[in-house]
Design a protein around this ligand. Structure first.
Ligand code: FE2
Length: 276
């Protein structure tokens, strides 16, 4: 079994120390194989805020995969925003803005949907869409195929329609048809799991979008608590098994408690030729 822990929108600079401490204890107990940061790692892309994120990660022993969110680009420093927007991000996470992780059980593809020329909106280009399709088609049958980016592709609240990823109409069905199983996002601090379909609609392949809340920030949305997603994937008797566990921070328990489990088993065999 592979355990993938998705943390999103921690917005270091606005982190709550008791929630950070509880999250460390949760990570120790669930022992993920890989930890994902799906953007807005900092509040204002300041060096000190990335340093706080680094101190948090210093206690994590598994591989970490991070992509930028709109808050990880400087907002007020216009020179840095347009000439070196990812300088502080790269200082902490390395030069790759679209990292990948692969083991026999899972393939994770990062996509950078931030744009220095846009305020907070995200965009996926035709070349990014094509690159992800190519990588998905190279996946092994037994691998769970995850795409991670920051901006949502499907809203469940009408007020979030304005936050949807530009270019999603082209990218999402093509990625579903190319074999994507899960599309991870953040940005709106509202966790949910929702089905996605390929070009032939509900008669074709189904995948899932997995939105995460804010992991540790005080910038929670209404009554929605801090939360993280734990993705468990296994192959048994040649069938995929996959569950999304949402864990919410409970101030009463001072710990993350399991709030919801969603069965998202991929509807494809774990053996045989790759999808074409
Ligand atoms: Fe955010």
């Amino acid at each position: 079994m592979t355990r993938v822990l998705q943390l999103s929108d921690p917005h270091f600079g606005t982190e709550q120390p008791q929630v950070v401490d509880a999250l460390h204890r949760f990570i120790d107990s669930c022992a993920p194989d890989v930890l994902l940061l799906s953007g807005d790692i900092t509040q204002r892309a300041r060096r000190s805020q990335f340093d706080a994120a680094q101190r948090f990660l210093d206690r994590v022993t598994c591989p970490v995969l991070a992509i930028p969110g709109n808050h990880d680009i400087p907002l007020f420093n216009l020179f840095a925003r347009f000439f070196n927007p990812y300088g502080n991000f790269r200082r902490t996470f390395g030069k790759h803005l679209e990292p990948e992780f692969s083991n026999p059980d899972v393939l994770i593809i990062g996509v950078n949907t931030t744009r220095a020329s846009r305020h907070k909106d995200g965009e996926v280009s035709a070349s990014q869409t094509a690159r992800v399709i190519e990588r998905l088609r190279q996946a092994e049958p037994e691998q769970l195929r995850i795409v991670m980016q920051h901006h949502p592709v499907r809203a469940v609240a009408e007020s979030d329609n304005a936050n949807l990823l530009i270019g999603r109409e082209q990218a999402v069905p093509a990625w579903v048809d190319a074999g994507m199983d899960l599309l991870l996002g953040g940005h709106i601090h509202l966790p949910y799991v929702w089905p996605l379909f390929g070009h032939t609609g509900e008669s074709g392949r189904k995948a899932w979008t997995v939105q995460a809340g804010t992991a540790v920030s005080s910038r929670t949305r209404g009554e929605v608590p801090n939360s993280v997603n734990l993705i468990r994937h296994d192959v048994e008797a040649d069938r995929h098994q996959c569950f999304i566990e949402r864990w919410d921070y409970s101030a009463e328990a001072d710990y993350f408690v399991q709030a919801l489990v969603t069965d998202v088993a991929p509807d494809r065999p774990s053996q045989g030729p790759a999808l074409t």
